[in-house]
Write a protein that binds this ligand. Structure first.
Ligand SMILES: Nc1ncnc2c1ncn2[C@@H]1O[C@H](COP(=O)(O)OP(=O)(O)OP(=O)(O)O)[C@@H](O)[C@H]1O
Length: 210
């Protein structure tokens, strides 16, 4: 059974077609990456899948039809556009606060994610003093907190150095081996080639499987 199914999904705003007749299915256990140039529609595809924008056509998650305003049918970890972080708190506190909203996250998982993303475990450095790359890593760690069955990352390599990108790819592959499905939007071709096991090209609102 497919985890995500889009049938004839389109999005128009004031007569402008932003997504045009998108048809795709993604199964559990895939690392599906949407590649495309700036403004091609990658983020809109992710938002459509999450029910964050109204579209025509049909979207099914776990065989359940997605309706605007309904709760998303499965637990998903999400980083779309910029990381949503609380500036006045440390990275660790940000994860602790998010953990309160999730079932069964313990302190060990928070420390493991901070270590994985080379973020401070101790100390008082607030997020407002973080570098761009540190913020990005915290945003990704937030999406990975709570072992969601689906993790959605929009441009995860933004602001990351080459070594951090390699660590991220290895970690995505590790989580994927444990069963996590990933949906990723990226214009970083090298990253896409290394990380994906399904590739889609997004071009002017059309989605093509590569
Ligand atoms: N709410 C909206 N109203 C009108 N146009 C929109 C809206 N949201 C997005 N767009 C337009 O839709 C197109 C696709 O946007 P989208 O954010 O999906 O691009 P993207 O492929 O993610 O680009 P980037 O790589 O720059 O993040 C862009 O031309 C954008 O200006």
């Amino acid at each position: 059974m497919s985890l995500i199914e889009l049938t004839h999904v389109s999005k128009k705003v004031k007569g402008q077609v932003l997504l045009e007749d998108v048809n795709l299915t993604i199964s559990s256990g895939e690392i599906a990456v949407f590649e495309g140039i700036n403004g091609s529609g990658k983020t809109l595809v992710l938002k459509a899948i999450l029910g964050l924008i109204r579209t025509s056509g049909q979207i099914k998650i776990n065989d359940q039809q997605l309706k605007a305003g309904d709760a998303f049918p499965i637990q998903a970890g999400i980083m779309i556009e910029n990381p949503s972080v609380l500036e006045e708190f440390t990275g660790k506190r940000n994860l602790e606060l998010l953990a309160k909203l999730l079932p069964s996250v313990d302190n060990a998982q928070i420390e493991q994610l901070l270590t994985q993303f080379e973020l401070p475990i101790d100390g008082h450095k607030r997020v407002k003093k973080f570098s761009l790359g540190m913020r990005q890593k915290l945003g990704i760690a937030q999406a990975m907190l709570g072992n969601s069955e689906l993790i959605i990352l929009d441009e995860p390599t933004n602001a990351l150095d080459a070594e951090s990108i390699d660590r991220l790819i290895a970690y995505i592959h590790e989580l994927n081996k444990q069963g996590t499905t990933f949906l990723i939007a990226s214009h970083d071709r090298e990253f896409v080639t290394k990380v994906a096991n399904r590739q889609f090209l997004v071009k002017a609102g059309h989605v093509y499987e590569n």
